[in-house]
Design a protein around this ligand. Sequence first.
Ligand SMILES: [Ca+2]
Ligand SMILES: [Ca+2]
Length: 187
Amino acid sequence: MIRFYHILLALCCCVAVAAAGNIVFEAETAALLEAPMVLVTAESVPAGSEYVAGASGGRYLEIPEDAGNPPKLNKGYARFEVEVAADGDYTLWARVYWEGECSNSFTVQVDELAPFLFGENATYKVWHWVRYPVSRMVRPLHLKAGKHTITFHNREDGVRLDQVLLTPNRRFVPVDIEQVTTVGGAP
Ligand SMILES: [Ca+2]
Ligand SMILES: [Ca+2]
């Protein structure tokens, strides 16, 4: 790990190095996608939707507006596979772009644990970071060292997902595009 940081420092002295213990990956490196969750690039934009600039890597996942959502349509997810180095309590962050109040959330499930609501915040039409848990009263995700799956399920259409970050540091706040440390399980 020390060697890894040295290489990073040597290669990109002007780019922020990933904070210690943070796990960061691009949404578009998901292990598995189920429609209507789709990969979007400048060259591949869902019908009726528009390409939103400013995503890391120029790519993101989207459930297009009017694609449908529960309870009418119980489909659409992105599943990530991540390896956690150490047992601990982790805060989950995602860089998202919401269309509006009916397009500002996912249902997220870690492993086989109880799913939880992610989002429902009122920041629209701009890329921004959202976290879980929001409240200090709610315990962060307790993860054992090893492999875990994180699934972002369709809860409302008109949502976009750019990057995902897990941090053991409750005070850490991502600001803009984060330096990736891994992939989200893509082969
Ligand atoms: Ca909503
Ligand atoms: Ca991205």
